[in-house]
Ligand binder design. Sequence first.
Ligand code: NAD
Ligand code: ZN
Ligand code: ZN
Length: 382
Amino acid sequence: MHGARRGYEVVGMKTVAAVLHEQGKPWDIVEIDLDGPKDHEVLVRFHAAGLCHSDEHVRSGDSRGRVPMVGGHEGAGIVEAVGNGVDRVAVGDHVVCSFIPVCGTCRYCQTGRSSLCNKGLNAGIGCLPDGTFRFHENGQDIGGLCCLGTFSERAVLSEWSVTKVPEDVPFDVAALVGCGVTTGWGSAVYASGVRAGETVVVVGIGGVGINAVQGARMAGARDVIAVDLVPFKLEMAAKLGATHTFGDYDEVREAVKELTWGQGADHVILTVGVMTREVVDFGIELTGKGGTVTITGIPVMGDMTIVQNSAAITGWQKRIQGTIFGSANPLYDIPRLLGLYKAGDLKLDELITRRYQLEQINQGYQDMLDGKNIRGVVIFDA
Ligand SMILES: NC(=O)c1ccc[n+]([C@@H]2O[C@H](COP(=O)([O-])OP(=O)(O)OC[C@H]3O[C@@H](n4cnc5c(N)ncnc54)[C@H](O)[C@@H]3O)[C@@H](O)[C@H]2O)c1
Ligand SMILES: [Zn+2]
Ligand SMILES: [Zn+2]
């Protein structure tokens, strides 16, 4: 007990949220009902929520998702109440959401791979780990994307879905570490295992890819080649650690050949907004012997994006792999990356291109699709 308000004192409330009622339609801003926290759950008042492309995949129908659904899986705020038995956080703590819960006891959590926690299985349904819902509208259950739903003033979350962070970190940058920052950084540092002196290509410089650039640089890569179709993205990549930037695939082919004396890249990290076969083929082509292709971006459901004759993959011993949450461990890496931010090593303020009110969320996503933002962030008025 941390002098916390107990869950049974919080009987329920209203909250304004961005809800997806039908895939393919815009987010609706509506007032909905929110239950109080049950055992091992916390009530969080959000201060900021990041606009990741994965929510857009669910909105557009690229990805499967149960509706109605409160969007948002990057969020930071303050714990306002806790249910019985909560011991990870207390009332008043500043927290960042983890888009994969960390139960601590499944085989993946127990082996240092908590980005694979078995409790992540309800992400697209949006219920809490016990299978029930805390958001409701006219008596109907509403999910929260990734068991979160950060596009809401308040949400009730499993204590497994929150990580305590220092109070002096601004909420807007903290929110981004709940997905985009950690996913990109970890795609380079953990999944690819970038080492000093290597040549790394990052394809797609959004809120995820820009952090793969930062991670590759921090891990000591000699060449960090950023690829995007939007010039503004390449300017940002150059500011945050890319040694070379290109908007044209043939120029990338040429540069990788020159820089590596024909051997190919050590690592190619694919972080485009919508993964395609063309991008995967390009990544495999750029990779040299013993190199890795890391697929972080998500395709349209059902699209065949890995279609290759495997002889060269075998003979050149290439590794093609996926990564979720950058293969990071949320409880360890979220505070760690915020520590790197405080030390000035990891740039986070620079990632926020525009801030929005919740009511402007559809505009925020349009700006993302138009290539105007590294990251857009929703700010909730206090
Ligand atoms: N694996 C995970 O754990 C995880 C976590 C978060 C996001 N994601 C996925 O990662 C992807 C990136 O997310 P984001 O939020 O950074 O998206 P974003 O829309 O902010 O950025 C995508 C970038 O890719 C660029 N791009 C698009 N097509 C391209 C192409 N053919 N070649 C080069 N560049 C291209 C765009 O210009 C944009 O800059 C999405 O698919 C998202 O769903 C995966
Ligand atoms: Zn995300
Ligand atoms: Zn687990």
